[in-house]
Unconditional design. Structure first.
Length: 384
């Protein structure tokens, strides 16, 4: 678990980075799609309108050329070019029919289709009147041919021109409207891209702030805990329960604090025991010192009494005549007294050296006691 959690922060940063990259990619793809859609739509509309105008202009030209051929046929009835003129008119009709089929295949609006239907009907009527004029020309009836041409064909031709002009104007207007729509679509796409990029930046800032604030809060908790420990307060744990590096660090510090509390508790108990032992040792040494000093005083008194007794014996031996046996006995007594005095003096010196050693021990004990009290003072500062 600990090994898996060691990459918590790294994983969060990578996740945030991937989210921002994902949103950027989505915006980029969406922008490319919209721009491509606008381009294709504009290109299709442009080509359709260009072809539509071209087709209508070609139809207009074919109608005019048909009219010119019909006029020439009426003026030159019985001419050898009659067959060629008919073939030329038929060729123009085939071209117009092909153009009309191509025009119908374009992406047209409902109004354009309606206008084109009217235009188509006018062209059909125009062709019928052309056939009527050709029929009269073939019969040699120039009067009827001219009358049909003047009364029927020319008005229908003018009507065809009007429908063609209206349809061409409609196609041009539709192209202008579509261009305006394309510009609006471009503007809308740019606005969407800008707004989305602003949202991505804001989202990135929010993620950064949230991650930063989360880390800052956890670091502040660790710092507050360290400040409390510096002030000998170990009563509270670090309240971080996340599964990232901060949580692992907080758990390790809490465990270390628990172990340190146990060590401090043991130190306090042992310090109190040592302090009590030092007091007992000091008291015992003091009693031993007092007892030795009392013994030393007793020996000094004994030495003084022994010296007085020896002086008295010597004086007695000088003042009173004694036999040799008595003198020998008194000399033995004096010798023993001298030996006892020497032993007493040596014992006194030994006792004094022991007292000096005990005093040194007392000094060391007092110093150790002060050290123990200092340690106790430090350990008592901790709030466990």
């Amino acid at each position: 678990m600990a090994r898996r959690n060691k990459k918590g922060i790294h994983r969060q940063l990578i996740l945030s980075f991937l989210i921002i990259i994902f949103m950027t990619i989505v915006v980029g793809i969406s922008s490319i799609y919209h721009v491509k859609h606008v381009y294709e739509n504009g290109k299709t509309i442009y080509e359709d309108n260009l072809n539509a105008v071209d087709y209508l202009m070609t139809l207009d030209t074919n109608i005019w050329m048909t009219d010119q051929v019909v006029v020439r046929m009426v003026k030159h009835v019985g001419d050898d070019t009659m067959t060629d003129n008919k073939a030329y008119i038929e060729n123009l009709r085939e071209k117009s029919s092909k153009i009309m089929e191509d025009y119908e295949a374009l992406n047209l609006s409902k109004l354009e289709k309606k206008r084109y239907k009217q235009c188509k009907l006018s062209i059909i009527s125009f062709n019928q009147y052309v056939d009527t004029v050709i029929k009269y020309v073939d019969e040699g009836n120039v009067t009827e041919a001219s009358e049909v041409y003047t009364r029927e064909l020319i008005p229908m031709e003018n009507s065809v021109y009007e429908f063609l002009d209206a349809t061409s104007e409609l196609a041009s207007n539709r192209a202008s409207d579509k261009n305006a729509d394309n510009r609006s679509y471009y503007v809308r796409t740019i606005n969407i891209i800008v707004v989305t990029m602003v949202i991505i930046v804001a989202f990135g800032v929010i993620i950064s702030l949230r991650v930063s604030n989360s880390y800052t809060r956890k670091l502040n908790k660790i710092q507050e805990w360290a400040d409390r420990v510096a002030k000998y307060d170990m009563s509270n744990d670090i309240e971080i329960h996340s599964n990232d590096e901060f949580g692992v660090t907080a758990k390790s510090l809490n465990d270390s604090k628990f172990m340190l509390k146990e060590i401090l508790s043991k130190i306090k108990n042992e310090t109190e025991t040592l302090s009590q032992s030092e007091e007992d040792v000091g008291e015992a040494i003091k009693k031993i010192k007092d007892r030795i000093e009392a013994i030393n005083l007793t020996e000094l008194q004994y030495d003084e009494d022994g010296n007085q007794l020896a002086a008295l014996i010597k004086k007695t031996m000088q003042l009173y005549p004694l036999d040799e046996e008595m003198i020998k006995e008194w000399n033995v007594v004096l010798e023993r007294l001298d030996n006892n005095l020497v032993l007493a003096d040596e014992s006194s010196k030994e006792l004094m050296s022991i007292v000096t050693y005990l005093e040194q021990i007392c000094v060391v004990a007092d110093y150790q006691k002060k050290i123990i009290e200092k340690q106790k003072e430090h350990t008592d500062k901790f709030i466990i």
